[in-house]
Every structure is written in structure tokens, then in C-alpha cells.
Ligand binder design. Structure first.
Ligand code: B12
Ligand code: SF4
Length: 518
């Protein structure tokens, strides 16, 4: 059977990283079946396109996975596939929370033949076998022989064959410049960000988060060896292609068990498996100096920190009181001292937020080492305690906000400001942090560091700007380059000077070598 795994586009940003579930299920597919992957962010496709694709390629089963914000598109694509006569199985966080919706039990509009609830590592081979026999069941749940929920162990995690997978659609270097960049420094012909998980689960139970409910509070880890082997494979592939690879450790809280994280980082260092990586770690765990030393030595470059708010009342309201705004500055400095920088994520529209929250937050941010601030709105995702609380209080304004996804739009009324005011705060946060002046200032703040750091912050800021200000087409990028022309020119000039001085240093050296060789 030929199987298509499809992830819908989010409609806002281009693909910068593929979804891990696709590679994982591909690796867990029993032999005898062929699996193709389409990521809608990398290969945009509409309903007619997917119907044509499944017909022309004789696809026997389509698997679709989506977060809540992409679910409306996922359902439309599923409908098109089913209309073409091909069965659809859906999985991922949204349909796990709302299986009846996908199966049409609540609305009468059925989108999926089957739904995989929760983690599908163990159910996927059964789904494929049932589909091959034409006997798909409606739901598949990870349960043991007694019917009790069972979270898959990650101890025998499959080896994802990164060395042989077709990753063309996930290369972010434009085709036109790839061959030229292949010869630049240690090779930039391709650049991919690859998701790797080292463990699952987070016991913290923040009110707005689906993770504790979905993965459970039992934390599970892969063996260090299997993670290290995966990094070595990725590193070797990048080298053989004259390209670069960066890894996103998608664990919800990469340092949730600091002892284990340290042991993994030590093993990465010992095996020389360092690649540049990003990981998500909560601020409280970054107090540990030894951990931060190891992060830097093991290749960590950016740490995503869910700061959410600088207001302790807000944090306590959403059960994230373990975040201590008073220590944010010290945590970020500790990272910056080791040349590790932070993606700091904030949510506005929280119950104690009032007008001016963005400026108050920015005043703090401006005192921190430059990083990548991002701003969103607190969103009641289905099945979270936050959703239940707001529903009970009658505060949901769009209870089924996923039916019509609108980026950066609230689905409930905040307590101390209006919805429009909350939207304006988010806009202000982005506009102030990603204006040409703010980007220039961030680049300048790295002037005491080697050029690579200035390039890194410039490129990252220009890309992250696109999360809020759509930058999908080439014209949008031309505008961004024009607006940031001065900063880009300064960096290009520096690169040229750097290259020239490298050449000058090399010239006498090669002359000396030539003489001695003679
Ligand atoms: C990495 C990640 C991202 C990446 C992007 C995704 C990517 N390219 O990988 C980034 C950092 C960009 C991101 C952004 C956001 N994310 Co995010 N992200 C994650 C994270 C941490 C890991 C995802 C992952 O790979 N998990 C590991 C894999 C193995 O698990 P999985 O995807 O769930 O897949 C398993 C099962 O679900 C199932 N399955 C999944 N799909 C399918 C399909 C089929 C056919 C089958 C059979 C089974 C199946 O099988 C898999 C193996 O067991 C998750 C949290 C988490 N731990 O999952 C949040 C999570 C998915 N993100 C979430 C959210 C809310 C967001 C944002 C909206 C946040 C924001 N406010 O901006 C944005 C939106 C992104 C966008 N523009 O589309 C929520 C989604 C909740 C929901 N109900 O939708 C999660 C669950 C975290 C949370 N706080 O609750 N995210
Ligand atoms: S610490 Fe992060 S992953 Fe864990 S429950 Fe809170 S928001 Fe979710």
C-alpha cells in the first residue's frame, strides 16, 4: 500500500522545520508499504491538488496530523481525499482532544475514517495493517492488554534514517544560490532545521498548555546513545552534502530532569556529536550554572523560554508561578555569557494585564541581552484547564475558534482590557521589537563579539519578524531588505572586509608553503 502523510500549512509562515510525527510514523511503518510525506508549509497544496495527487499516485491511505490552529484546513483536505475514495486517518493533539468532531459525531460532518488518539507510536502499525485489509476501526487508543492507557516507552525509539530520507522540501537555502554557497566556508549549500526529541512529558501542568494532558506527567526518555547516534547521522549527512544542519530539541522541557540532561549533554560532547541546536527549557531550570556550561559546550545556541508574563499575578493565575520574573535578567545573562541566546515568549491578554502591558514588558526586555522576543495572546485550547475555566465563566467569545482560524485573535474577553486592546498590545510588541531601528540596535549590541553573532541575530530577527508580519512572497522580502538596508549593508561590508583580511593572511602563508615545498 502507498501511504501519504500530510501536514497542512499554517497559512502564516513558510516552512522552517518539518514535523517530527511524519518521520516517526514513516519509520514505524511495517515493511511492505511505501510512505510519502507532504508538508503543506513546504509544498503548498489545496483540496483539488491533494485529490489529484492521491488519485495519480494510487495512494491507499492518507494520514493527516494537525494542531488546533491548522485543523480547519486539515478537515477540508481530509474531505477532499475521502471524496476521492481514499480513507483518511487523523492524529495529533487536536483530534485527540476532539475525536467526535473529526468523526462527525457532534456535527454530522465526518472528516476522518479513523482517529488515532494520543501517542500513535504503538497504534500506527495496527492502523496500517487494518487499512491494508480494508478494516479500519474508528478509533485507535494506546492501551495495554487490560484496556488501560499506556504511554509508549521511548527506550526502543526507532532509528530515523536521516542519511537516506528525501529532505529536498525542507531545505531553506534557495535553489538558485545553493551550488554557490556549497563552497562558502564549510559549506552552506543546504540548511535544514531538523526536529529531534530526547524525551516526552512535562509534569508542570500550566493552565493553558495541552502537554501535561496529552503526554502525561510521566516523563519518558530515549537512551543517550540513540539521541547521540541520531545527531551523528545528521551531522554526517550535512557534511556529505556541503551543507548545514541545526537541530530543534522539541522536548517540552529539555532539562526537566537536569541530571539526565547533563548526562546526555556530556555524551554528546564525548562523541563529538555537537551540532548547533535550539531547545525549550523553563527559566527555573536555567539557574544551574553547570547545566548552562554543558548546554554551550554541547552546541546549544538558542533556548526557547516560555516567560509568558513579567507579572507574578498573571503567572500564578495560569499555574506557572514557578516562573520568577525577578530572575529573568540573570537567567538570560547567564546564557549570554556563554554565547547562548534566548527566544523569549510572552502572552498578552492575561487576566491581570492592563493597557500598556506591551510597553512595560519591552522596558524589561530592553535591559536584557538581545534575543528574539515573541508575543502571542493567551488562547483557550480545547481540553485545557484554561478552556474549562473560561467556558464555565461564560467568557468564551469564539468557543470553536479553530473552525475559523484567525492569527493573533483572542477567543475570550480578558478581564482588565478589551479584546481590541489586547490585539493592539501584541501588535505594539512586534512592531517595537522588529522595527529596523530595533533590529539595528540588536545587531549593534553584539559589536564586541565576532561577526558570526551579528549575522546570526540579524538573520534570526529578519526571519522571526515574519511570524507576525507576513513575509511569504519575494516582494515582501524585498521590502524587508529595503527597510533594513543600512544594517544589512554594514554586515555585508564587514563580511567582505573579513573575507579580504582572510585572503591577505592566507597569501603569505601559501607563499611560505610554496617555498618550503620547492
Ligand atoms: C515543535 C513544536 C512547535 C514548532 C512547530 C512544529 C514543528 N514543525 O515541529 C514551533 C516551535 C514552530 C511551534 C509553534 C507553535 N506551537 Co507548537 N509545539 C511543538 C511541540 C513542542 C513538539 C511537537 C512534536 O514534534 N512533538 C513530538 C511528536 C512525536 O508528537 P506529536 O506531534 O504529538 O505526534 C504524536 C501523536 O500526536 C501522533 N500523531 C501526530 N500526528 C499524527 C497524524 C497521524 C495520521 C497519526 C496516525 C498520528 C499522529 O503520533 C505522534 C507519535 O506519537 C509541541 C508539544 C509536544 N510535545 O508535542 C507543541 C504544540 C504542538 N504546539 C502548540 C502550539 C499551541 C503552538 C503555537 C500555536 C504556539 C503559539 N501560540 O504561537 C505555534 C503555532 C505554530 C504554527 N505557526 O503553526 C500546542 C498545540 C496544541 C493544540 N491543541 O493545537 C502544543 C501541543 C504545545 C502546547 N503548549 O500545548 N510548535
Ligand atoms: S512548562 Fe511548558 S510544557 Fe510544561 S506544562 Fe508548562 S507550558 Fe506546558
Amino acid at each position: 500500500m502507498k501511504i501519504l502523510l500530510y501536514s497542512p500549512d499554517n497559512g502564516v509562515t513558510k516552512n522552517f522545520m518539518p514535523h517530527l510525527w511524519m518521520f516517526l510514523l514513516q519509520s514505524l511503518t511495517p515493511p511492505g508499504h511505501e510512505v510519502v510525506l507532504i508538508d503543506g508549509n513546504a509544498q503548498p497544496m489545496d483540496e483539488a491538488g491533494i485529490a489529484q495527487y492521491v488519485r495519480e499516485n494510487k495512494i491507499g491511505l492518507v494520514g493527516i496530523g494537525a494542531m488546533t490552529r491548522m485543523i480547519a484546513k486539515a478537515y477540508r483536505m481530509a474531505d477532499a481525499v475521502r471524496a476521492a475514495g481514499v480513507p483518511v486517518v487523523m492524529g495529533g493533539p487536536h483530534v485527540t482532544e476532539m475525536p467526535d468532531e473529526a468523526l462527525g459525531r457532534t456535527t454530522g460532518r465526518r472528516h476522518a475514517d479513523a482517529v488515532a488518539l494520543g501517542e500513535a507510536d504503538e497504534t500506527w502499525p495496527k492502523i496500517v495493517a487494518d487499512a491494508a485489509r480494508g478494516q479500519l476501526k474508528e478509533t485507535y487508543a494506546p492501551v495495554d492488554e487490560f484496556g488501560q492507557e499506556r504511554k509508549p516507552s521511548l527506550q526502543d525509539y526507532p532509528a530515523i534514517p536521516w542519511n537516506s530520507l528525501d529532505l529536498t522540501q525542507f531545505n531553506v537555502v534557495p535553489k538558485a544560490v545553493g551550488p554557490m554557497l556549497k563552497r562558502f566556508r564549510d559549506g552552506w549549500g543546504t540548511f535544514r532545521i531538523i526536529p529531534v526529541e530526547s524525551g516526552r512529558g512535562c509534569p508542570y501542568g500550566c493552565e493553558f498548555c495541552t502537554v501535561t494532558g496529552f503526554f502525561g506527567d510521566s516523563i519518558r526518555f530515549r537512551t543517550n546513545k540513540s539521541v547521540v547516534d541520531e545527531l551523528l547521522l545528521l551531522k554526517a549527512r550535512a557534511k556529505s552534502e556541503g551543507g548545514q544542519i541545526a537541530v530543534f530539541f522539541i522536548d517540552d522541557n529539555f532539562a526537566i530532569n537536569p541530571k539526565r540532561t547533563k548526562s546526555l549533554l556530556r555524551d554528546i560532547i564525548a562523541a563529538n556529536a555537537q551540532v548547533h541546536w535550539v531547545a525549550q527549557i523553563s527559566a527555573n531550570l536555567l539557574r544551574d550554572e553547570e547545566l548552562v556550561d554543558l548546554i554551550a559546550a554541547a552546541g546549544g545556541k538558542w533556548i526557547f523560554i516560555g516567560m509568558e508574563s513579567i507579572d507574578p499575578t498573571n503567572l500564578a493565575d495560569v499555574n506557572k508561578g514557578f516562573n520568577k520574573p525577578g530572575e529573568y535578567a540573570a537567567v538570560l545573562q547567564r546564557l549570554a555569557d556563554r554565547n547562548v541566546f534566548a527566544i523569549t515568549s510572552f502572552m498578552f491578554g492575561m487576566d491581570n494585564d492592563t493597557v500598556g502591558v506591551a510597553e512595560r514588558t519591552l522596558q524589561q526586555i530592553r535591559t536584557w541581552p538581545a534575543g528574539l522576543p515573541i508575543f502571542g495572546l493567551i488562547t483557550p485550547l480545547p481540553s485545557t484547564p484554561l478552556y474549562a475555566r473560561l467556558e464555565a465563566a461564560g467568557r468564551l467569545t469564539r468557543p470553536k475558534h479553530w473552525e475559523e482560524f484567525i492569527p493573533f485573535a483572542m477567543a475570550h474577553t480578558p478581564l482588565k482590557m478589551s479584546i481590541a486592546e489586547a490585539h493592539a498590545e501584541v501588535k505594539y510588541g512586534w512592531a517595537q521589537s522588529y522595527s529596523p531601528e530595533a533590529i539595528a540596535q540588536a545587531v549593534r549590541s553584539f559589536s564586541h563579539k565576532p561577526l558570526a553573532y551579528r549575522i546570526n541575530i540579524l538573520v534570526s530577527r529578519l526571519c522571526f519578524r515574519g511570524i507576525y508580519f507576513p513575509q511569504m512572497g519575494p516582494m515582501a522580502w524585498v521590502k524587508v531588505f529595503y527597510e533594513n538596508g543600512q544594517t544589512i549593508c554594514d554586515i555585508v561590508k564587514e563580511c567582505f572586509r573579513d573575507w579580504l583580511s582572510g585572503m591577505c593572511k592566507q597569501a603569505p602563508r601559501s607563499a611560505t608553503m610554496g617555498t618550503s615545498g620547492d
